[in-house]
Write a protein that binds this ligand. Structure first.
Ligand code: FEO
Length: 392
């Protein structure tokens, strides 16, 4: 694909990765992704903002064949899907200087073996002029590595945000066209990558509010021509108050735990709680992550394998713990044959969750009337807590 014009002398470059299905060998990408680089041509100098994943560097290099010179390569983020083709760009334009944050400099040297003499570190608020195009750099740490920064192009009022506000979405739409689709992809991106840094992102959002922004150009997914769309979505996602939603991720082996889950889902729904139920043996963990953005309560359902929780539960509980969602309440339900250490095991896996634990319900064998009554009590407790979510 050729470079595409965004504004006068400002272009999208990069590559669309239609078929990538996993990021970091961990994160599902049902809709593929893109690696967006951008080119800004001033009267005197030219800057390339970020590069592409090394697997697609030939696409970028072909686009750069139409460019006379690159004076600066702005590296907003040292992760390889954006920085990985910097060595190839420098091989083609050896006089170019790589501009990055002070933390980014060391990371580019360590990860990509870029020569320190080719790197110019900028501080928060530094400005450079390309001649009629003025770039202002702003540190926005932890979106989602410590070195991350953004660039504001003053004349065109474009914020180049790299991963911040990005979405894993392969599309030929240069600008957001299908809002619902982009919202889902951006929320998935936030959930899987940004959510652990929710508190810092609150500050970064305040910081970018200072700019008059007409467009936000991220390094994954389409460009936002209505910045309020994604900024308001982020404000909602990073807010401190969860919503009236309970998640029930579970696994069942012989049906006992599943019967308990199904009963609890009904009992919660009857009491006005929105429930998201996930059978972890088949679910896309990205869907669970998305639901964790807003949920107030998680209730984990597990059968017993060798007196402990099912191994699939360990994976999901560990993942939930590192994503640090704003959950307020947690509980455990499940079944066992002769003994279970599931409660102790799962509790030890979620130290990052600052939750109040509601009484767990474990059934010896198939659940009967007494167990269903306890599940009703648990549902009533969750409902009561959710009524007071906004008063904390
Ligand atoms: Fe898209 Fe953190 O790299």
């Amino acid at each position: 694909m050729k470079r595409r014009k965004i504004a006068e002398n400002v272009y999208w470059m990069g590559a669309i990765d239609w078929d990538r299905r996993l990021f970091d060998s961990l994160i599902p990408l049902p809709d593929g992704t893109s690696y967006n680089a951008y080119l800004i041509e001033g009267n005197e100098k030219t800057a390339l903002l970020d590069t592409v994943d090394p697997s697609m560097k030939d696409e970028l290099m072909a686009q750069l064949q139409t460019v006379k010179n690159v004076d600066y390569v702005i590296a907003h983020h040292a992760e390889q899907d954006h920085s990985g083709s910097i060595p190839a760009v420098l091989a083609c334009f050896p006089q170019a200087k790589v501009i990055t944050s002070s933390k980014g400099k060391g990371m580019l040297v360590d990860l990509l073996k870029v020569q320190p003499s080719s790197i110019m570190a900028v501080e928060d608020g530094d400005v450079i002029s390309l001649g009629g195009k003025t770039l202002e750099f702003a540190y926005t740490p932890w979106v989602h590595w410590p070195e991350t920064m953004v660039t504001y192009l003053r004349e065109d009022r474009i914020l180049f945000s790299c991963d911040f506000f990005g979405s894993h979405l392969a599309t030929t739409d240069l600008f957001v066209a299908d809002r619902a689709r982009v919202y889902e992809a951006a929320k998935r991106y936030y959930a899987e990558i940004m959510m652990p840094f929710r508190k810092i992102i609150q500050k970064n959002l305040e910081k970018v509010k200072a700019y008059q922004i007409d467009h936000i150009a991220p390094s994954h997914g389409p460009i936002y021509d209505d910045p309020a769309f994604i900024i308001d979505a982020y404000k909602d996602w990073v807010s401190d108050v969860p919503k009236n939603i309970a998640l029930i991720p579970y696994i069942s082996m012989h049906g006992s735990t599943e019967r308990m889950v199904n009963y609890l889902v009904g009992a919660l729904a009857e009491r006005g709680v929105t429930v998201c139920q996930f059978d972890l043996s088949v679910t896309d963990l990205g869907k669970l992550a998305i639901a964790l953005v807003d949920a107030a309560t998680i209730i984990i359902g597990t059968p017993t394998v060798h007196v402990g929780a099912h191994p699939g539960i360990f994976y999901a509980a560990y993942l939930t713990n590192i994503l640090r969602p704003k959950l307020r309440y947690a509980s455990i339900i499940g079944s066992y044959g002769w003994s279970s250490k599931a409660i102790e095991q799962i509790s030890s896996l979620i130290p990052n969750l600052k939750v109040e634990v509601l009484d767990p319900v474990l059934s010896r064998g198939d659940p009967g009337k007494e167990i269903f009554e306890k599940l009703d009590e648990l549902a009533a407790a969750v409902s009561e807590k959710h009524m007071k979510l906004n008063s904390h």
